[in-house]
Ligand binder design. Structure first.
Ligand code: ATP
Length: 741
């Protein structure tokens, strides 16, 4: 032991371990900056737990700028490894010595269940390891006494999304992007040749990636470990593919998780699936094993902002923890940071393979969460081509308001799910005014084929809503077309129109039917469901555009003000800023003053003088009436003291374009199925209620449309309460170095 800790400041270390996962860098960045902001010394450990065993240069002191511009990078910039040494007590003794040399007794570990278990073993052994080190004369007793406890927190980095205690693991959303991109690409070539593809995806014990990619990719059949198919599944699979072809599908896709088995525990390989299909359907079948592509590439927007929140929370957790602190897994539940005792989460996760082996599939799926179980059923219903609907009602789907990626996905799911319930599904062309004009078509299972991943809106959408004098015509159209229920897929204008029509419903006989609104707008400015369909796609478009912008600007001293959509809602701006590591965000919710701008430009000048090469501000399009993007840029340029130049960048409509992300596709499917079920129940009960989709602990609910008036600031077209505003302190804590604040 050569060096003693210079002060009593807390010292923490962060490491990434086990398999790498996109998004780990965002955790590391957030841990480092948050801990510095909280007054701690921060170290990064290279090459995972092996780095602790090795010590030396593998444990490096990190400053604020050590983690500049890392969020957009795939993998982990501090390396990861599997460490045989750390599995030994001697290895862990050396690890303890190397931590004590630097006064570190707080650790944030980002890894899978193995890494978290290993770290917890290390924590429980810590006092004994210290005794040994003191006895051997390697550590002075007073140093050991000062660091008598090791405080740890875990963040799950794993593309598999296989951990109980968190809705999502870091990297899973990005892996889903990679898989769904591949399925989209395969689907187009498969359709050209009327071929079948078997796609094998990762997931030894967890079918999350397989199930969600099958839903988002519009696959026909999926095989997952938690829900092994019953005997005779080969017949069922072939029958389903045959029925799909008969209903007009040109390609067939079967997704197989690498850990899929039958009910006797025999592995189901992608090769076996191919052989079965080739033999029984007598057609050309190809296998694609996606492999490590699924781990690679730039993190998705979600895998930038969510790990940022987790890293921030984990750093605060360990910096402020006392000696009797119980180790926590820092995860996410319903978009909020959620803490669970670390080892109970690991143990419950490890029980799942046992449940599967014991044939308790229901419990295995339940352990994955309610949405997983729901989606297994939804997938089975929408993937199966139906015969002619019978005995059901006539349910119409209509869009309203601006375009949102995922609208087509929602219509497809509603049509197929509705048909599976026996309903006749109708598509209204051209929004509410199309309804008045009678532009209504029956949509069959095959009519919506290929809609799962297409951007835009096949049914068309308009911002114009019926005026009060047109209500009579709307009512007549509903009656004339014998529509029993209406599903409205749209944004604020559609919600408002439904709300206003509801207020007049007693005057129009055609308004006696049940109606539900499904939230679809990139703005995320609706009450109820927390992330509207389309917002994740828009956020990914923003993140991709800013990545390019940063690359283009790195060579010069430049500040950018990037203007994003959202109307008066700052969701895209704030989440865009969190995801891209912007220095500043301008929101209408906070307002912008001249004093703010003056402070900002002074900070910019100082930071460019100190060597910064790039400054990024994200501005909501309606953040301020007077301080427009253009005005801001001129003001910054004028006051730049020659240190940097300034460019505006208005992202505009590309935010509404693009194909929906996996997240938007999965949610659109889930919510459409919920809405159809709710409408079915209302039709049976003859209630004629009007509602919009709400949320209870992450499950969709139906909220009375009349409550919208209380929940929404109608002048600003945004909810009065916006959950994501609570994330502003995280953004602020990570954007500016404490000394420069
Ligand atoms: P992934 O989910 O990607 O496999 P993981 O963290 O579960 O990630 P593992 O290989 O299981 O990956 O574990 C990573 C490292 O954690 C191991 O190489 C080992 O150093 C350490 N480790 C795992 N289990 C233990 C244990 N029981 N005791 C000590 N160390 C362990």
């Amino acid at each position: 032991m050569t060096t003693a800790p210079p002060t009593h400041r807390p010292a923490i270390a962060v490491l990434t371990s086990g398999g790498d996962a996109p998004g780990m860098n965002a955790v590391v960045r957030a841990v480092v900056r948050t801990a510095i902001g909280a007054g701690a010394d921060v170290f990064a450990v290279y090459e995972g737990l092996q780095g602790l065993v090795d010590g030396g240069q593998r444990i490096e002191r990190f400053g604020w700028s050590s983690v500049g511009s890392v969020q957009h990078r795939g993998g982990t910039v501090i390396g990861t490894a599997r460490s045989a040494d750390f599995r030994t007590r001697e290895g862990r003794r050396r690890a303890a010595l190397h931590l004590l040399e630097r006064g570190i007794d707080r650790l944030v570990v980002v890894g899978g269940d193995g890494s978290l278990t290993g770290t917890d073993v290390f924590r429980s052994e810590w006092p004994d390891l210290l005794d040994e080190l003191v006895e051997a004369g390697e550590v002075p007793a007073e140093i050991a006494a000062r660091h008598g406890h090791l405080v740890i927190a875990g963040v799950v980095g794993s593309i598999d999304n296989d951990m109980v205690g968190t809705d999502m693991t870091v990297g899973a959303d990005t892996a889903l992007h990679r898989i769904v991109d591949a399925i989209d690409a395969l689907a187009s070539t498969a359709a050209s040749h009327q071929r079948s593809f078997v796609v094998e995806v990762m997931g030894r014990h967890c079918g999350y990636l397989a199930l969600m990619s099958a839903i988002a990719g519009g696959a026909d059949y999926v095989l997952i470990p938690e829900n092994p198919p019953a005997d005779g599944w080969e017949d069922e699979m072939c029958e389903r593919l045959r029925a799909g072809r008969a209903a007009g599908r040109r390609e067939s896709i079967v997704v197989v998780a690498e850990g899929a088995t039958d009910r006797h525990g025999n592995p189901i390989t992608s090769g076996h699936v191919r052989d079965v299909l080739a033999e029984r359907l007598a057609e050309d079948v190809r296998v694609t094993i996606l492999g490590h592509v699924q781990r690679g590439g730039a993190p998705s927007a979600y895998d930038r902002w969510m790990p940022t929140l987790l890293g921030h929370a984990a750093a605060l957790e360990v910096v402020h923890a006392g000696p009797d602190h119980e180790p926590q897994l820092i995860g996410v539940r319903n978009n909020r940071v959620h803490r669970t005792p670390l080892m109970s989460a690991v143990e419950r996760t490890r029980q799942i393979p046992g449940l599967i082996q014991a044939g308790d599939y229901r419990a295995a799926m339940a352990a994955r969460g309610s949405s997983f179980t729901d989606m297994v059923e939804v997938f089975d219903r929408i993937a199966q081509a139906n015969d002619e609907p019978s005995g059901g009602a006539r349910i119409a789907v209509v869009h309203g308001g601006g375009l949102a990626p995922g609208m087509n996905t929602a219509v497809r799911a509603a049509v197929r799910f509705g048909q599976s319930r026996g309903h006749t599904m109708l598509g209204v062309q051209g929004s509410f005014l199309g309804l008045v004009d009678g532009r209504i078509d029956e949509l069959a299972w095959g009519d919506v084929d290929g809609w799962v991943g297409s951007g835009g809106a096949e049914l068309g959408t308009r911002r114009a809503m019926p005026r009060m004098e047109q209500y009579y015509a709307v009512s007549r159209a509903l009656e004339n077309n014998e529509i029993d229920a209406l599903l409205v897929v749209g944004g604020h204008r559609a919600y408002q129109a439904v709300h206003d029509m509801h207020a007049e419903r007693d005057r129009y006989p055609g308004f006696g039917l049940p109606v539900i609104c499904l939230p679809a707008t990139i703005d995320n400015n609706l009450p109820g469901w927390e992330t509207t369909i389309g917002a994740d796609t828009a956020l990914n478009e923003i993140v991709t555009a800013v990545d390019r912008l940063k690359q283009s600007a790195m060579a010069s001293q430049r500040a950018f003000v990037v203007e994003v959509m959202g109307r008066y809602c700052g969701y895209l701006a704030l989440m865009g800023a969190l995801s891209t590591g912007a220095e500043r965000v301008y929101l209408h919710e906070e307002g912008v003053t001249l004093a703010d701008l003056s402070d900002d430009v002074a900070r910019m000048v100082a930071s460019f003088r100190a060597g910064r090469r790039f400054h990024l501000a994200i501005r909501n399009e309606a953040a301020s009436e007077g301080y427009t993007t253009e005005v801001m840029c001129r003001l910054f340029a004028e006051e730049s003291a020659g240190e940097f130049d300034v460019r505006p960048m208005v992202l505009g409509h590309l935010q509404q374009g693009g194909n929906p992300t996996p997240f938007d596709r999965v949610h659109a499917t889930r919510l459409a199925a919920f809405c159809v079920d709710w409408l079915s129940a209302q039709i049976s009960a003859r209630t004629g209620q009007w509602a919009f989709v709400g949320s209870d602990e992450g499950r969709p609910t139906a909220e009375p449309i009349r409550t919208m008036a209380d929940l929404v600031d109608s002048a600003l077209a945004r909810p009065r309460e916006q959950w994501w505003l609570d994330l502003r302190p995280v953004m602020a804590a990570l954007a500016t170095e404490p000394d420069a604040r």
